[in-house]
Design a protein around this ligand. Structure first.
Ligand SMILES: O=C(O)[C@H](O)[C@@H](O)[C@H](O)[C@H](O)COP(=O)(O)O
Length: 223
């Protein structure tokens, strides 16, 4: 794991957006299309705002979330809504977007079709992960139903998740997909998350799911 500390959140957002764009561009230059997996939550908004204006060939980039809350796309807790407002606009409006919320009654009904839609875009070129203070990432929450299966090296690509720390059922990409990304970045801000990261480094993924992705990751932190 590499830890990058920034003097402030603005510097972090500018520098990280630049890094993500250059890794996508590098993949595009090599001739293939690229995929970008991003987190929901509140932290990534400034990174999305900068990234959306970067000059790469977005038409050849497929964007999807690492997890989605099972709510309509216009619900205030929808991660897709956040992406449409802050990332999939400006130059990045040209990107292809795979929406993990299918409108099925339950996330369980959506995993097979979504797995088919995502497969052509794997391995993920660039994965950006967030982390909660409880050390969850994507919707891999400590104590969630099925967490051991989601963290297995041969996990199904996507799983429905129900967990105490989550307000609604969710769908999440799992270890087998997220840990195979060509480039992995973790974005955290503030002292509590820094402390949680340090705790996670000493724990097993079943207690600290972010741990499963740290070995090959660059962690970006600002106060
Ligand atoms: O849908 C979600 O909630 C996320 O994808 C989740 O994994 C998020 O990255 C962390 O919970 C951090 O969230 P914050 O950035 O809001 O602290």
């Amino acid at each position: 794991m590499e830890l990058k500390e920034y003097p402030d959140r603005e510097m972090l957002a500018l520098s990280l957006a630049d890094k993500l764009a250059s890794q996508l561009a590098q993949q595009l230059r090599s001739g293939g299309d690229a995929s970008l997996c991003v987190p929901g939550g509140t932290t990534p908004t400034p990174v999305f705002e900068t990234l959306s204006g970067t000059d790469i060939e977005w038409e050849r980039v497929t964007v999807f979330l690492g997890d989605e809350r099972w709510v309509d796309g216009d619900h205030k807790r929808s991660n897709s809504r956040l992406l449409r407002r802050h990332l999939l606009k400006d130059r990045a409006a040209g990107a292809r977007y795979i929406d993990l919320f299918t409108g099925d009654a339950q996330p369980d009904d959506a995993t097979a079709d979504l797995g088919q839609a995502l497969t052509p875009h794997l391995p993920i070129t660039v994965a950006l992960l967030g982390m909660g203070n409880d050390m969850h990432t994507a919707s891999l929450f400590p104590g969630a139903d099925g967490l051991a299966q989601a963290l297995a090296k041969d996990s199904p690509m996507l799983m429905p998740i129900r967990a105490e720390g989550a307000e609604e059922p969710r769908i999440t990409l799992t270890r087998s997909v997220l840990s195979n990304a060509m480039h992995t970045h973790v974005l955290i801000m503030g002292p509590e998350k820094r402390e949680a990261l340090e705790r996670a480094q000493k724990l097993d993924p079943i207690e600290a799911p972010i741990r499963a992705f740290l070995d090959n990751a660059t962690v970006h932190w600002a106060e």
